[in-house]
Design a protein around this ligand. Structure first.
Ligand code: HEC
Ligand code: HEC
Length: 362
């Protein structure tokens, strides 16, 4: 600044001061009004627009791509250009450079002019910085794959079970059967998976257990991990709806009690009435697994298998071991069947009637 400039500057300063505004209260009042306006705007945005929550944090979800807020994306992108150890140096170095630069600004930029066009160096540097920030932000946005779309799998149980059923057919049915009844394991022919739809499976496995088993599989037994975190294809959310679907196979005692009264059926049919009960309540222990060497896979097996065969005497329900076991009477063949929870009274009555009428394959 030469003498003339200095004089000119001081004069303008004096003039401005005479008819100018005061910081307090004038400027403060203006600032206060603007701040209040922005504050009200933010509150309105929060109340009327809001921000959707992301799903709760989940340390085992490897599909989640963590991103900083948009206004930090440039820094995030910048760090990508400093791989490995350089990253730490870049963070400290850049931070230090910015702080030192700001501290030094009054010393190395002593240009008294205020119009941007009269401050070429400062204007150019600032323009470069802004362009750089915008460029890095855009780079960060386009170079990051989109978050795995959190597909809407439905909020209510019915639609979750439906979505889970579709996923189950796609990813599980091949090895566990379309209805969870079990299927041959392709990698070891002759071996079958245990039914997932049986009551004793569903009662003894918590939702969490089924979730975990699906997530990281049972590698030793021939089921690879299916969760994304362990190299599979299913997100946590998808596994959760599959579990909803599997759990829906379980019929609680209350629900079952509400079923149609089977005792009213005059001539029970094996295929229509008896086999479904056996499938649901006995197959988990009496199909692939042959407890007591007894199998309920089909009519022939039901009539002829078992260590104490025949367990059904056609026309004589009272003396059939199977019926006695259904009633919980201790026999040479064992105790109550199924061991955990007896059949409903009318189901037992139906099986008795079917046996008394000749135990036919009708
Ligand atoms: C490649 C075949 C295969 C696929 C696909 C598969 N599993 Fe399995 N799964 C197995 C085998 C084998 C076992 C262990 C043996 C058994 O259950 O009899 C098993 C075991 C399980 C068990 C534990 C059973 C128990 O008795 O504790 C659950 C639960 C299970 N699978 C759920 C699923 C779900 C859910 C899916 C689909 C998302 C699925 N599996 C897909 C083969 C498979
Ligand atoms: C949780 C497993 C399990 C379920 C479910 C189950 N059983 Fe059994 N069952 C067994 C076992 C174990 C035995 C061997 C005897 C014993 O230890 O009590 C057996 C034995 C039998 C026997 C005697 C076979 C023989 O000749 O010695 C009959 C009959 C039988 N079960 C019928 C049924 C029927 C019918 C159902 C369904 C309504 C059923 N069980 C459900 C585990 C089960």
């Amino acid at each position: 600044m030469n003498e003339a400039e200095k004089k000119d500057y001081l004069e303008r300063y004096k003039k401005k001061k005479q008819n100018g505004e005061y910081f307090w209260p004038d400027t403060i009042a203006k600032d206060a009004v603007v701040s209040l306006g922005i504050f009200v705007l933010l509150i309105c945005l929060a109340v009327f627009v809001g921000v959707p929550n992301e799903p709760p944090a989940n340390p085992s979800d490897a599909s989640y791509i963590p991103r900083p807020e948009w206004y930090f994306l440039w820094a995030f992108q910048l760090l990508k250009y400093f791989p490995g150890k350089l990253e730490g140096i870049a963070i400290l170095g850049l931070g230090a450079a910015i702080v030192v630069g700001l501290f030094g600004l009054p010393f190395f930029d002593r240009n008294p002019k205020r119009h941007p066009l009269n401050r070429l160096v400062a204007t150019t540097v600032m323009t470069l910085i802004v362009v750089g920030l915008v460029f890095l932000t855009i780079q960060a946005v386009v170079s990051t794959p989109p978050q795995v779309e959190a597909i809407d799998l439905g909020a209510d149980l019915a639609s979750r079970v439906e979505a889970g059923g579709t996923l189950y057919q796609e990813h599980c049915a091949e090895c566990h059967g379309a209805d969870g009844e079990g299927a041959e394991i392709t990698s070891s022919p002759g071996d079958f998976t245990d039914p997932l739809n049986s009551e004793d499976f569903l009662i003894t496995r918590s939702r969490d257990t089924i979730f975990q088993v699906t997530n990281y599989g049972q590698p030793g037994l021939g089921m690879q991990a299916l969760g994304l975190a362990y190299g599979g294809q299913l997100t946590d959310q998808e596994i959760r709806v599959i579990v909803d679907f599997i759990e829906a196979w379980y019929v609680s005692p209350e629900e079952e009690a509400a079923g149609p009264d089977l005792a009213l059926i005059e001539t029970p049919s094996y295929a229509q009435h008896v086999q479904p009960i056996l499938d649901k309540r006995c197959a988990s222990c009496h199909s692939r697994r042959l407890k007591g060497n007894y199998s309920v896979v089909d009519y022939n097996a039901v009539m002829t298998s078992g260590d104490n065969a025949p367990v059904i005497i056609a026309g004589d329900a009272a003396n059939s071991i199977l019926v006695q076991m259904l009633h919980g009477i201790k026999t040479d063949a064992g105790g109550q069947m199924p061991p955990a929870r007896a059949l409903r009274a009318d189901q037992i009555q139906l099986i008795e009637r079917w046996i008394d009428q000749g135990a036919q394959n009708n």
